[in-house]
Ligand binder design. Sequence first.
Ligand code: ASP
Length: 382
Amino acid sequence: MAQDLPVRHNILMMKRRDWITGTAALAAQAAVAQTGGGKNVVIASANGLRACAAAAEILKRGGDTLDAVIAGVNINEEDPEDNSVGYGGLPNEEGVVELDASVMHGPTRRAGSVASIQGVKTPSKVAKLVMEQSDHVMLVGEGAGRYARAYGFRQENLLTEKSRLAWLVWKQSQRDGGGHNNWTDGLDAPAGKATGKPSALRRAFPEAGEELLAWAAEMARRPPAGTINCLGRNAKGEISGVTTTSGLAWKIPGRVGDSPIIGAGLFVDPDVGGAGSTGRGEENIRVAGAHTIVENMRHGMSPKDACLDCLKRISRNYGDDRERLGKFDIKFYALSKDGVFGSASLWNGSMRQGKLAPAQFAVNDGGKSRLEDCAFLLERKP
Ligand code: ASP
């Protein structure tokens, strides 16, 4: 395997295969693995700066590792501006927000999860309830919702006006072979009122400003990915994790991603460490990513190398075909029980307005949360 070779040979080999370039490999090697020693360490996906800070604060006060990371991700779940998690998450193809979440508590070696749950802002809390109060590990759909309501969770409409707008714009953007769509003005529309154009969008959504319409059009054109994974370890070496998401935008109702799958979107083994993921869940499920990473760490790999190895398995599933791999992205995050952490992304970053936004993850190991660059398997040039 590449990581067993001397560094120079390793880099040459990766270059030949179009893996990470030499400079990037050195940067990747230097970037991530750090030791937390006896410290509290919290890591998360890049949308988790606030989550890491909140979780670190709870760990500082001696709180439980799972309570800490759940309190962290609750910030994203309750934030209507985070359109990939909880309240305000982008809905399924019928305009209904369906959420997935999982938790693992290292100290008691337990797990809980919910999938396709509707109407509850904080599925991570319901996953914890399943773990603690039921004799099951996973509840889905209507059953998960009923279970949450039995414990007093309020049934709420999770579709914000912003997400509803994005969904309608997506509905209007779909076309049959003849360019027709029943959700736009029909054949009887006055001449010149062609739908799908910015002017038609403005007419259909007069209240929405230009910026919001441009955002919604972008969400329809390029359905975003997003989720939060958060892993926390305290000074005693206890570790827990959580992953929570609204899943892929415009998904088929009932679609379940990797986030609630124990061993894919999240895995914690208190003897080794924990791992989690964000990005296209279908790819992760096929390699049981988080479990694979924890097993890699058990066999001696650093968290960063364990994540890279898992990405290579995903790449292998596509015959290492860059073109097909270019159609999605996925990131892994790993934290060992000793507080060493790392993260790796399939791609070095994503293109935003012609610029490459680097793949990053959030860390708090005392003081302020910060973003660090992920290691990566493949390089996308601006
Ligand atoms: N992993 C999530 C899912 O597949 C989505 C994401 O992270 O973007 O449901």
